[in-house]
Design a protein around this ligand. Sequence first.
Ligand SMILES: [Zn+2]
Ligand SMILES: [Zn+2]
Length: 185
Amino acid sequence: MEDIEHRLAQIENKRHVIEEERIEVASPGDLESEEITEVDDATITTKKIPFCECGEKLEGFLLCHICKKKICNGCAVKFRNRQYCSSDLLKRLPITTQGFKVLLLIANKIFSENQIHELTGIPKNQVKEAVGFLKNYAYIETSMFNKKAVTDFGLECLTAWGQMFGGSDEMEQLDRGIRRYLLGH
Ligand SMILES: [Zn+2]
Ligand SMILES: [Zn+2]
C-alpha cells in the first residue's frame, strides 16, 4: 500500500509541468508574438517583444514611409502627412542642429549674423556656413537687397524637425532667448 502511494507520488512529480517564460527581442519588422512550445515536461512560453531602435518598447507603432521600419512615437517625424524615421527624413530634408537653430532665428526675423551668433552661441564663421547651407537647400532665400527670408519649404523643414529638436533643454533655452530678444526690439 505504501509502495503504491509512493509510486503515485513519483508519477505526480514527473507530471509536474515546468513552465518557463522567455522574453526575446523581435526581429525588425516582426510584431509582438507569443509562442508556446512543449519540450519534455517543460512548457516554454517565448514572448517576442518589438523594440524601437531607441530602446523604447513598441506599444503602438508607426511605419517609416521609406524603409517600412517600425518606429516609436518619439522617433517618428511627420512630414507632408507621412511618418519617417529620422535617417530617412534626413535624406529628404537635410538639416544640422546648427542649421535648424539659424533657420529658427531667420523665421523669427532675426537676420543679423552677429545677432544669430550671440543668441545661439554658434561661432560667426559657422553661422555663415549654416546660412549658406540653408540657401543651398532652398530653406531660405535672399532678395536683391540681400534680405533673408524663410521659404515655404524652409517652414516645412522647421515644422518637421521641430518635432525632433523641440522640447530639448537646448532648444527651450534658445526659444526663451528669442522671445527676450524680440521683446527688447
Ligand atoms: Zn526609415
Ligand atoms: Zn524610438
